[in-house]
Design a protein around this ligand. Structure first.
Ligand SMILES: [Zn+2]
Length: 294
């Protein structure tokens, strides 16, 4: 479990920074992850609940979580817990919540990689007072740094448009579970989901399909690059061959003595001037052998 601090992350795109770091050190590239909102998305929404006994998985989770587990990607919970900031419960209640989530998800083969909570209450007008409360992307940035996550390849599943906006501000794609929990439908930049589904099973189907398409596109791009490289190598080696063929053979003019030998005596056949051939004939009553260059 991770409580995100008030300090705002740098505006530098963290996934790009991780890519650069991976390139320098030669370690594995950052990988995609699947992020979940908690209340109303992963578990049934019971407002301000921290009693593990009341935590139940949301509809579609028994079908969807095993599908996502098979992707073998980090599964991370991202949750606003303003109940701490507003004094409804203490931060010390959250480890038991995380443990209960882990038990429920692990039973379906979907072990959670981490849980991030924003403990801060919003301002009086409802806007975040920190960089981590959704729709701000601070928790996603923190998770990406800690778990080497490529946000641009990652997906977020949420049940309200603040989840969608937080995902998009972090560079992720986002699925909205349209289960009635969003009631305001405030429009704005980054608040249009990439997919809209009925439950967590629908979300898993959308994410698995999208990642499969992305993987196929990556393979196609790699194959096209290898083909282009092979073509370049082939054309450069055939160029070399052509230039080798255009080198003119060295022709040494015959010396006077050779000229007289090459000249066939009257009434006798001349030497066949084929390459590497040797012509033998009798001249002046003697057998003479000529090595003949074409
Ligand atoms: Zn916060």
């Amino acid at each position: 479990m991770t409580m995100v601090s008030q300090r705002r992350p740098s505006s530098l795109d963290s996934s790009r920074r991780l890519h650069r770091a991976a390139g320098r050190s030669g370690v594995a590239r950052p990988r995609p992850a699947v992020f979940f909102d908690k209340d109303g998305t992963l578990v049934v929404d019971v407002p301000y609940n921290v009693d593990p006994a009341l935590i139940r998985l949301a509809p579609g989770a028994p079908e969807g979580l095993p599908m996502l587990a098979r992707l073998r990607l980090p599964l991370v919970v991202i949750s606003n817990q303003s109940g701490i900031g507003s004094g409804r419960f203490g931060a010390d209640a959250l480890p038991a919540v995380s443990d209960r989530l882990q038990v429920l998800c692990s039973a379906l083969g979907a072990s959670l990689t981490d849980c991030y909570y924003c403990p801060h209450a919003p301002q009086a007008d409802g806007t975040p007072a920190c960089g981590c409360r959704k729709p701000r992307p601070g928790m996603l940035w923190a998770a990406a740094r800690r778990h080497r996550i490529d946000l641009s390849e990652s997906w977020f599943v949420g049940d309200i448009l603040d989840d969608i906006e937080a995902a998009h501000r972090a560079g992720c794609r986002a699925v909205l579970i349209d289960n009635g929990n969003e009631t305001v439908w405030r429009d704005g930049p980054g608040r249009q989901p990439d997919a809209r589904v009925a439950d967590l099973h629908g979300a898993a189907c959308a994410i698995v399909a999208a990642l499969r398409i992305a993987r196929h596109a990556r393979r196609e791009r790699r194959a096209a690059v290898s083909k282009a490289q092979a073509r370049r190598v082939e054309s450069s080696s055939s160029l070399n061959l052509r230039s080798m063929r255009t080198v003119r053979p060295l022709r040494v003019p015959p010396t006077r003595m050779q000229s007289s030998r090459l000249a066939a005596p009257a009434g006798r056949p001349g030497p066949s001037l084929t390459r590497h051939a040797a012509a033998t004939f009798e001249a002046n009553g003697q057998d003479r052998t000529f090595g003949v260059a074409a």
